[in-house]
Design a protein around this ligand. Structure first.
Ligand code: UDP
Ligand code: MG
Length: 325
């Protein structure tokens, strides 16, 4: 196997407490991988400073002077984890064979990195890191994560369960990913849309070594909601189902009161009030959800995702052949 040019991209937001711990570990890993001839000495550690207010950028610059393999990307303000990651990928991928993204706190086990590289060398374009053990996460985080992956599956969104933003992407996979121009990024559901041969590598999730999580509950919930609404218009269809149920209840109540009427049990005004309430309510919900269907269509249209992605073809003459002519 030939050694590859690899970039490890790490988004960092106010991570001054974490960088001095993460950096030496990453450098050691890189040394080892170069020694094992998995990666070339051209390989890099790319830190993306996502508009930190602390010393993060200063630390990155300092690291750069001590180790030329360290490079930095500084965003003009805080854009959020997903965009910082994409920024890092876009800058590094053209220079590298493959890029691995991992959080700066190294909660995802870096020992999985050499395994990812090996999978890349055997021909995979995408290697997902999958957490097989989340003991270090709180029961609450684990529970909600499971619920979320289950819900996404039911909504028809293809995702690799327990995979986050620790993964390897080949150069062409990054290029394809960048051709998705959408604003609302939810990379863990976007990457499966890219296609190409993919596989997984398992690892255990570790504790954050220092600093605190930049994803408090509120941010996590809004991230999950973003994921659902960016990838599924199923919730709109749910409204339609509920609408039909309401209309059905209204009609059933109408039949029930007809029967009661035959038996001479009449409450004046009840039937018209009760039935019309449910039937009109249901009809409105159906109408809203029909509108929603169209809005959903507009939504998928404006995303301008590629309509197809060609992995290879034997129709287009290769560059070599064109040059011959
Ligand atoms: N992060 C970022 N921009 C943000 C928030 C977080 O670049 O606005 C980075 C952060 O520095 C870390 C990664 O995203 O490298 C994941 O964040 P964190 O570890 O706080 O999340 P958790 O592991 O608790 O889910
Ligand atoms: Mg973390």
């Amino acid at each position: 196997m030939t050694a590859i040019d690899l970039a490890i991209v790490l988004p960092a937001y106010n991570e001054e407490a974490v960088l001095p711990i993460s950096l030496p570990r990453l450098e050691k890993l890189l040394d080892q991988m170069i020694a094992d001839q998995l990666v070339t000495p051209k390989s890099r550690l790319v830190f993306v400073d996502d508009g930190s207010q602390d010393k993060t950028w200063a630390l990155i610059q300092q690291a750069q002077t001590q180790d030329p393999r360290v490079t930095g990307v500084k965003l003009s303000r805080n854009f959020g984890h997903q965009r910082a990651l994409l920024a890092g990928l876009s800058v590094t991928a053209p220079l590298m064979d493959a890029v691995i993204s991992i959080d700066a706190d190294l909660q995802d086990d870096i020992n999985a990195i050499p395994k990812m590289v090996q999978q890349f060398q055997t021909g995979y374009d995408v290697v997902y890191g999958v957490r097989n053990d989340r003991q270090t996460d709180t029961a609450f985080k684990r529970g909600t994560a499971n619920m979320f992956y289950g819900l996404m599956k039911r909504l028809g969104v293809q995702m690799i369960p327990n995979s986050a933003d620790f993964r390897l992407l080949s150069q062409r996979a990054v290029k394809t990913l960048l051709s998705f121009p959408e604003e609302n990024l939810f990379l863990r559901a976007m990457v499966p849309l890219v296609g190409y041969p993919s596989t997984t590598v398992e690892y255990a999730r570790l504790q954050r070594p220092a600093g605190e999580s930049k994803y408090p509950l509120k941010k996590m919930l809004s991230f999950a909601f973003d994921g659902i609404t960016s990838f599924s218009i199923e919730p709109i269809r749910l409204v339609m189902d509920i609408g039909f149920l309401f209309v059905f209840i209204g009609i059933a109540a109408f039949i029930y009161s007809l029967v009661q009427h035959g038996r001479g049990r009449v409450v004046p005004g009840w039937t018209s009030m009760f039935c019309s309430l449910w039937i009109i309510g249901g009809a409105l919900m159906i109408a809203i959800s029909v509108l929603g269907e169209y809005i959903g269509k507009i939504y998928t249209e404006v995303k301008r995702r590629p309509r197809f992605i060609i992995e290879e073809d034997t129709v287009t003459p290769s560059e070599k052949e064109t040059q011959k002519k």
